[in-house]
Design a binder for this molecule. Structure first.
Ligand SMILES: Nc1nc2c(CCNCC3CCCC3)c3[nH]c(NCCc4ccccc4)nc3cc2c(=O)[nH]1
Ligand SMILES: [Zn+2]
Length: 374
């Protein structure tokens, strides 16, 4: 019995968007879905109870960070991530490759794996695919990611080609090292940058390895939005219809809608909680930077179209005051609202797919949000 199975419910009559369900050992997830990021086994400033209140269904944690701190051995002794962080719904962990490249200095990629320095204490470290798998096996998430290289944007075709071929060899090694496939689903990650021939090569390599799910990696790394959309349009049809598709690192309202339209089922991004800690909020009329002086006497909610606990009980003036005073509660309020905003957006997207009107919804949302898009 596979650990994770995808149930396709319907495809939107107006677009390539799909309504589906992801069945996992810790429960079922309605897709398309946004997955809050909990890098160090916490979605920053929020409790599991608050995440459940806002109907978060699945959250992310990170192999790289948890390996360094507190160490996967401690999480394993605690009984795994679900027990350690008191979250009994599904968890997905990224494999750590991307984080090595976005956090560590003096890293070096070899066929065996990645050499780098610990970004906390500078000590030399080596992360081969087998180690990334062992860490995820010990952390115990429902979904784990293959160890991949996410090359920078832009990258030469020649570099990208050798990187894709190595990522495919690493994917084989991950499958070899996968200890409990009946308990944890291992997803492959398609690379290839902005090159269609390499996207095809990467997708074909990984589909031939028969993963239970596929991520589209190597995007949301600074490329123009239309390059991302073009790569999605080209890549999703190369992936099996009956398996989930996860676009990594995408979390702005417009990119979530545009990704769902192109057949993406799962998204993650640190954006909502990261900008929240900067006092910046996502609202139905675009971004509101609540620390701005113009909100000093604004006693209305962050977003009058939002029904979240924060918008029903606290004013922009109060949240501005807390954020200006660097009060932790202020960042809890902005983080809660931003995550609620994206989770609610995906609920509306699922409803629009159900009603075969996702393109109409896109028009309405972009109009109100202020995206003057074609
Ligand atoms: N394995 C892998 N991971 C990728 C990630 C990390 C996804 N979040 C992991 C979570 C697990 C815990 C930490 C994060 C990506 N994130 C982005 N863009 C984020 C861009 C962004 C960054 C900051 C703010 C806003 C946007 N592109 C990504 C590509 C890949 C990829 O190819 N391979
Ligand atoms: Zn709200």
């Amino acid at each position: 019995m596979a650990a994770v199975t995808y149930e396709h419910i319907k495809t939107c009559a107006q677009s390539g968007a799909r309504l589906g369900r992801l069945h996992t050992p810790h429960g079922t997830v309605e897709t398309p879905i946004f997955m809050p990021v909990g890098t160090l086994a916490t979605v920053k400033t929020l409790s599991p109870e608050e995440l459940e209140d806002m109907s978060a269904q699945i959250i992310l944690a990170n192999t790289y960070h948890l390996w360094l701190r507190p160490g996967e051995d401690i999480v394993k002794e605690a009984g795994g991530l679900h027990k350690f962080m008191n979250w009994d719904r599904p968890i997905l962990t990224d494999s750590g490759g991307f984080q090595v490249f976005s956090l560590s200095e003096r890293r070096k990629i070899t066929e065996e794996g990645v050499h780098f320095r610990n970004h906390i204490n500078g000590e030399k470290l080596f992360l081969p695919p087998e180690k990334a798998m062992q860490i995820q096996n010990d952390l115990g998430p429902d979904v784990m990611m293959a160890f991949d290289e996410c090359p920078p944007y832009p990258a030469e075709h020649s570099y990208m080609k050798s990187s894709v071929e190595r990522t495919s060899r690493w994917a084989e090694r991950c499958l070899e090292a996968h200890a409990r496939p009946e308990e944890q689903a291992l997803f492959g990650i398609v690379q290839g940058g902005e090159y269609k021939d390499l996207r095809r090569q990467s997708a074909e390599d990984l589909v031939s390895m028969n993963f239970p799910g596929y991520a589209i990696g190597g995007l949301s790394v600074g490329e123009p939005k239309d390059v991302m959309n073009e790569m999605l349009e080209f890549t999703t049809p190369l992936l099996p219809d009956d398996k989930p598709r996860y676009l990594m690192g995408v979390g702005s309202a417009d990119a979530l809608i545009d990704g769902a339209i192109r057949g993406v089922d799962m998204f993650d991004c640190v954006l909502p909680t990261r900008i929240a800690r900067n006092g910046s909020c996502m609202t139905s009329h675009g971004r509101v930077t609540v620390r701005n002086a113009k909100y000093a006497r604004d006693f209305g909610p962050l977003d009058e179209n939002c029904n979240c606990h924060v918008c029903r009980n606290y004013s922009r003036a109060y949240i501005r005051h807390l954020v200006k005073a660097n009060e932790t509660f202020g960042f809890r309020l902005t983080s809660y609202h931003n995550l609620y905003f994206l989770l609610e957006l995906m609920r509306k997207v699922r409803q629009a797919i159900q009603e075969d009107r996702l393109l109409d919804f896109r028009e309405e949302f972009f109009e109100q949000y202020g995206f003057n898009r074609p």
